[in-house]
Design a protein around this ligand. Structure first.
Ligand code: SAH
Length: 470
């Protein structure tokens, strides 16, 4: 490590900036964002553009022409130069002689400090450096960190800053400030704030401070009911990722693959509560019981479900059970299978005038499929998506056609959508059982509606049919 990362307060003095190109201007904005007063030297004589930029920053920037001499540097907190020629080297030497930190843009070899890539969330700032080796790598890392940091993390830090002094007075045996803040950050208060319920979080924080009770009553956990999306881990939402990364324990279903679990916290406990083929699952009551039990030991619990928790996922029952048990619970929506599968094959589930209604139905058992009121789905402008219907394709077909849906309606069966081995078959409603038999193992969706004819597999199979005919 040649460069030590530090956070410098620039509001107490001034910085000398040299150069007039885009690099110098980028540094100008960065320095201003940190509140610096800037003395800006332009090697060019035409400084109209500089003066215009400076005028935006009312009085915090002075513009001068030419190369700064020793006297101009004296008293500066730092020198930043992007003149791009021998001026840079002269200035580097001059600043060093005066012991002023100097950065020459793109020349870490003669700089005494360098600028990191910065993730700026207000009070929360992350600096990433590669010692000047690869600014592009630093920027890439920054994008990754941007994606995993909750959007409201800066405001959350500001909230804690506001209340810090209120706690300083608490002197009680067994009370630990550090532990108090850890519980605020990792517990229900942090979860509520970061998911947008800032008022509720602040009220809870005030209450916690008033009683300073968390050190005594520190066994309160939280449950996140999280939708994992249809399979591809890149289709996790950022909030799902945050929940996974703060989990102590994850209860997951058969629809959730190891690549998704791999995105979670390394030392989280993973508990399978789904159904394996040919084996009965542990049952919903037992799942509910375990969620409550885990939360009551003060842990951050993630209940991870395929797709969206509220679409044929029994998330509603779990939510109510946890609410009745008095456990703080947060729901993180996920991309439901219908959306993931449709997107993957370019199938627009609605389409102006042609498909104006979308019905998600389930046909998980023969009785279930037989019980569906297909008459409500006979309208040609309704796209029907059937979940859990792979083995009920015959009943779906007869139900829909008996209700008056045209057997020539385009239909698709998509298995293992968004997984690497995804397979889609397209044809007509009258062939639905054949299509279902051709895609292999589930999970699979049946999609019936004119919009299927707009999907990529339909268009390519049509093209192939024309080729064959020709
Ligand atoms: N909550 C989930 C649905 C759970 S029900 C969601 O919102 O997606 C399980 C059914 O979802 C499966 O039987 C299948 O019909 C469908 N499904 C889930 N993942 C799928 C996938 N990757 N491809 C196709 N269908 C899927």
């Amino acid at each position: 490590m040649r460069f030590l990362p530090v956070f410098l307060d620039l509001s107490s003095g001034h910085v000398v900036l040299v150069g007039s190109g885009p690099q110098a201007i980028a540094k100008l904005h960065l320095l201003r964002a940190a509140g610096a007063n800037v003395r800006w030297f332009s090697p060019q004589t035409d400084v109209a553009e500089e003066l215009l930029l400076a005028s935006h920053y009312a009085g915090r920037i002075g513009v001068a022409i030419g190369e700064p001499v020793e006297d101009d540097l004296a008293g500066a907190l730092a020198v930043v130069t992007a003149a791009g020629n021998e001026i840079d080297e002269r200035l580097a030497a001059r600043a060093r002689a005066l012991n002023i930190p100097v950065n020459i843009v793109d020349r870490p070899d003669i700089s005494t400090f360098i600028f990191p890539a910065v993730v700026d969330r207000g009070d929360v700032v992350v600096a990433i450096g590669t010692g000047g080796a690869s600014p592009v790598l630093a920027r890439r890392l920054r994008e990754k960190i941007e994606a995993i940091l909750p959007a409201r993390i800066g405001e959350f830090a500001a909230l804690m800053q506001r209340y810090r002094s209120h706690l300083a007075a608490v002197r009680r045996p067994g009370f630990s400030l550090r532990r108090f803040w850890e519980r605020v950050i990792d517990g229900p208060i942090g979860a509520a704030f970061l998911s947008g319920r800032s008022r509720e979080a602040e009220t809870a924080l005030i209450r916690a401070i008033e009683t300073a009770s968390m050190a005594l009553d520190d066994r309160r956990g939280v449950v996140h009911l999280v939708g994992a999306g249809p399979g591809d881990p890149d289709l996790l939402t950022l909030r799902a990722l945050h929940a996974l990364q703060s989990a102590d324990i994850v209860f997951y279903d058969e629809l959730v693959g190891s690549d998704i679990l791999g995105r979670g916290r390394r030392d989280a406990e993973l508990v399978f509560v789904g159904k394996r083929k040919g084996e009965p699952g542990i049952g919903q009551d037992e799942i509910n019981r375990r969620l409550v039990e885990a939360a009551r030991t003060g842990r951050c619990v993630v209940r991870l479900k395929g797709g969206d928790p509220f679409i044929f996922g029994r998330g509603g029952e779990e939510l109510e059970h946890l609410q009745h048990a008095g456990i703080p619970v947060h729901v993180v929506p996920g991309i439901t299978a219908a959306l993931g599968c449709a997107a993957e094959i370019g199938l627009p589930l609605t389409f102006r005038k042609e498909a104006t209604r979308l019905s998600l139905v389930t046909a998980n058992t023969a009785e279930g499929a037989a019980a569906v009121d297909w008459s409500g789905l006979s309208d040609p402008a309704t796209t029907v998506v059937v979940y859990m219907g792979l083995s009920s394709a015959e009943i779906v077909r007869s139900g829909l056609t008996a209700a008056g849906r045209d057997p020539e309606t385009p239909a698709a069966v998509i298995a293992r959508g968004t997984h690497p081995d995804a397979k889609a078959a397209v044809g007509r409603l009258r062939d639905l059982p054949k299509l279902a038999a051709s895609v292999g193992e589930g999970p699979a969706l049946l999609i019936i509606g004119d919009v299927v004819a707009r999907s990529l597999p339909w268009k390519t199979s049509e093209a192939r049919a024309i080729e064959v005919a020709a």
